[in-house]
Design a protein around this ligand. Structure first.
Ligand code: HMG
Ligand code: MG
Length: 300
């Protein structure tokens, strides 16, 4: 299969990246990050989550962040909503697109959202109905698609079953999450080959955490499978609070460097993206998780 000419990057840094940070981060710093990212040309930004603040305290200010960002025309600003309450809070905050999230492993589903996989899917039904009423698009996630921190190996058929249900209930796109970053290029190809039998490949996305340093290889493998939407996190920020040891998503800067090298269009400016990532790293007092950004920064 030939490579796509265009790729859409879904920037999850403000949500997946920051959700795991223990230190307080001001609303102003979160807003600045989102505005820097849209200025760099990102067309899709996951800004926050409407989840229980007891479960993920860092996302508690998501409504304030939505109220203060400068919404640019043509940019999608999305949020996670695990249930109807989350959806209603998102709606009140003026959110125009939400994401629901399920898992391919039972143990992770219990740890992350306190219910079984089938209960989670039932919970999404009223969310989908309300979203349709309000003209809100819903994206779906499946976690632990290439391994689970509690159950180990996860069969592609298990992923396909959950992804198929999300797609059938109205998610316009399903993002497959390698939550703990154990996947390899070979497994990634098999996964898309299996899931791609039930869902058109242009309705699938890849969401790779970089724990084992395989994320860029997995993205390249996904491109070869006809996938053209990838989730990434500026400066490689983050990790999942319910997947111990899981590192951040693949760094957006590094994915962009890969795509630029392949001549694939994204509409994103690498230098502005690097500056956005470095700024939030300075705020957090963290090393930059992007290899590309580290080289560019050292050269200055
Ligand atoms: P629960 O405790 O079972 O919920 O949590 P409940 O319905 O029994 O309600 C208990 C309390 O929570 C009640 O409050 C509710 O009002 C409140 P109380 O009466 O005790 O004061 N509550 C809420 N508050 C705010 N927003 C809500 C909400 N819902 C209930 N939406 C629940 C179930 C799903 C809420 C909880 O487990 C939760 O919030 N989990 C979120 C976990 C999370 O955000 N994980 C990280 C994101 S997923 C991820 O990172 C993976 C991904 O990146 C892909 C990948 O990498 O694989 C997407
Ligand atoms: Mg994730």
């Amino acid at each position: 299969m030939s490579l796509p000419t265009n790729v859409r990057l879904v920037e999850v840094g403000p949500r997946d990246g920051l959700q795991n940070e223990k230190q307080p981060i001001s609303v102003a710093d979160k807003v600045r990050l989102v505005d820097d990212l849209s200025a760099a040309g990102l067309g899709y930004i996951e800004v926050g989550s409407f989840v229980s603040p007891k479960w993920v305290p860092q996302m508690a200010g998501s409504a304030e962040v939505f109220a203060q960002i400068q919404q640019r025309a043509g940019v999608t600003y999305a949020a996670l909503a695990p249930n109807l309450k989350g959806f209603e809070d998102a709606l009140t905050a003026g959110v125009k697109e939400v994401a629901v999230f399920a898992a391919a492993s039972e143990a992770f589903s219990q740890k992350n959202i306190n219910c079984s996989i089938s209960e989670s899917l039932q919970r999404f039904v009223p969310v989908m109905e309300a979203a349709q009423q309000h003209g809100i698009r819903v994206r779906g996630y499946v976690s632990c698609v290439l391994g689970c921190p509690y159950e180990g190996e996860v069969a592609p058929q298990q992923v396909a079953a959950v992804a198929k249900e999300l797609f059938a209930m109205g998610c316009y796109e399903v993002s497959l999450g390698d939550t703990i970053g154990t996947g390899t290029a070979g497994h990634t190809r098999s996964l898309f080959e299996v899931v791609g039998r039930d869902i058109p490949r242009d309705k699938l996305a890849g969401h790779f955490h970089d724990t084992y340093g395989q994320a860029l290889a997995n993205i390249y493998a996904s491109l070869l499978e006809g996938i053209s939407v990838f989730d990434s996190s500026v400066a490689g920020l983050g990790g999942c609070p319910y997947a111990k040891g899981a590192s951040g998503n693949v760094a957006s800067e590094d994915v962009l460097y890969l795509l630029n090298g392949l001549g694939i269009h994204t509409g994103i400016d690498l230098e502005q993206l690097i500056a956005a990532g470095q700024r939030i790293c300075n705020v957090l007092g963290r090393d930059n998780g992007s290899r590309v950004a580290r080289v560019r920064h050292a050269a200055q």
